[in-house]
Design a protein around this ligand. Structure first.
Ligand SMILES: Cc1cc2nc3c(=O)[nH]c(=O)nc-3n(C[C@H](O)[C@H](O)[C@H](O)COP(=O)(O)OP(=O)(O)OC[C@H]3O[C@@H](n4cnc5c(N)ncnc54)[C@H](O)[C@@H]3O)c2cc1C
Length: 410
């Protein structure tokens, strides 16, 4: 009897849902042969809702991947906040001084550097695309996995789902990674990110603001309603203290932490804090099993790269499966899956190492260490080609991109 599914995707978060849609739309896997298993019903998104606390800075490559997955049109029509500039500076510099590193879309001949979008909206649009395509979404928690040379069998309580390939898109604490026995290394940053939405005294100028503090990092991401979403990463003890401060005391600390760059800051939402860790699976694939997104790697959020890397994984794996289909190859064969791992693991590891370096030397570095790192920032600022390279990577228009992420050719 033929295996019930070609693909069983565990985790219908942004990355898993995008992959499932790309598998059908791009790799031409019949929708009836794809199943997504997601344990939490996605929260609905309504235009009248306040901005969600979890927002992502999406690169242009991610927007293209979401378009290929059939979700970007709905996302853009609903609510996106394009940002045109990025201003990065160290606590020892003036926020608006010449030393600050500034990336400007206009200088690059681009309309913007990317988009700030709510996580809930991305997931809702992707699930709508999956429903339109006719992909089955099973609301269940994956508890077991058996991999054999012929098939993968995913266990949900009493139910068993056989597939030719299981894709673990189940986040940083991936059960699929653990059940498959794929080893991973984790670095606990002993930091937490405080996330909230705020009103600023001065306009945000459609600019993403980022200050390296000496004891962490503070980012203000501009939202289309004039507010900003903040991500304030500090040592866990300091985060616990900040979270319990009275609202006026927290606002005072926050205003000072941004060195008054956007005037007085007022909270427009509650505060949540998220523990930070970098996880790195040593291998992304096994016969009949592949990991994508946070299941394969989590990175420090200081440059907002996590989900962008995950979308690139999803697009690269879909492309590998499209090739396998053309070659009439088995999508779960290890030698096919290795093409995906070879393509994505070095790039993800480079980004993860860069984020850890920024955190250690710029965000936390003191004295001579910070001085050297700041000089590095100055070099990037002055050398136009280096600066352009950085900007292109942030935009997602450079490097080895999967087809779905590439700009249209004229
Ligand atoms: C403070 C902070 C700010 C960030 N900002 C940015 C940013 O600006 N830009 C950016 O690119 N990235 C950002 N990130 C990173 C981003 O949040 C993650 O990279 C992204 O959410 C990963 O998506 P994912 O789909 O791989 O995993 P997840 O979002 O974790 O989704 C996994 C899904 O799998 C489901 N699941 C888990 N286990 C099971 C199971 N056993 N059975 C069934 N279902 C299961 C879960 O319910 C969930 O829906 C940030 C992260 C943090 C902490």
């Amino acid at each position: 009897m033929a295996t019930e599914y070609d693909l069983a995707v565990v985790g219908g978060g942004a990355v898993g849902a995008a992959f499932a849609a790309l598998a059908v739309r791009q790799a031409r896997v019949p929708a009836a042969r794809v199943v997504v298993i997601e344990r939490e019903r996605p929260a609905p998104w309504r235009p009248t809702d306040d901005y969600d606390l979890r927002v992502f800075a999406l690169s242009r490559a991610s927007a293209r991947i979401l378009a290929a997955a059939g979700a970007w049109e709905a996302i853009e029509a609903a609510r996106v906040s394009p940002y045109e500039r990025m201003r990065v500076w160290h606590a020892s510099m003036a926020p608006r001084g010449g030393e600050a590193l500034v990336f400007d879309a206009a200088e690059l001949g681009e309309p913007n550097l990317g988009y700030i979008v709510e996580g809930r909206l991305i997931q809702a649009a992707l699930h709508a695309s999956l429903e339109t395509l006719g992909v089955t979404i099973v609301p269940a928690n994956v508890e077991a996995l058996a991999l054999s040379p012929d098939e993968a069998i995913v266990g949900l309580g009493e139910r068993r789902i056989p597939a030719r390939l299981v894709v673990g898109a189940d986040g940083g604490r991936s059960r699929v990674r653990e059940l498959a026995g794929l080893p991973a290394k984790t670095r606990d940053y002993r930091q937490q990110a405080i996330v909230a939405n705020v009103v600023t005294g001065k306009p945000h100028e459609s600019t993403a603001w980022q200050r390296f503090l000496g004891d962490g990092t503070l980012a203000f991401l501009p939202l289309a309603n004039g507010q900003c979403s903040i991500v304030w990463s500090v040592a866990s003890e300091r985060a616990a203290q900040l979270r319990t401060l009275s609202v006026p005391d927290f606002e005072r600390e926050l205003t000072a932490a941004l060195d008054g760059a956007l005037g007085e800051v007022r909270l427009a939402s509650g505060r949540v804090s998220i523990p930070l860790a970098a996880t790195r699976a040593e291998h992304y694939v096994l016969e009949r099993c592949a990991l994508i997104g946070d299941a394969a790697h989590t990175v420090h959020p200081l440059a907002g790269q996590g989900v962008n890397l995950g979308f690139l994984d999803a697009a690269a794996l879909a492309e590998v499966l499209a090739d396998a289909r053309e070659e009439r190859e088995d999508p779960g064969a290890l030698r096919i899956l290795r093409r995906y791992e070879r393509r994505r693991r070095p790039q993800n590891e480079l980004m993860s190492a860069a984020m850890s370096g920024f955190n250690d030397f710029l965000a936390l570095g003191q004295g001579p260490v910070a001085q050297v790192a700041r000089r590095g920032m100055g070099v990037v600022n002055r050398l136009a080609p280096v600066k352009r390279l950085f900007a292109e990577r942030a935009l997602g228009v450079g490097g080895d991109l999967p087809m779905a992420a590439r700009p249209p050719t004229i």
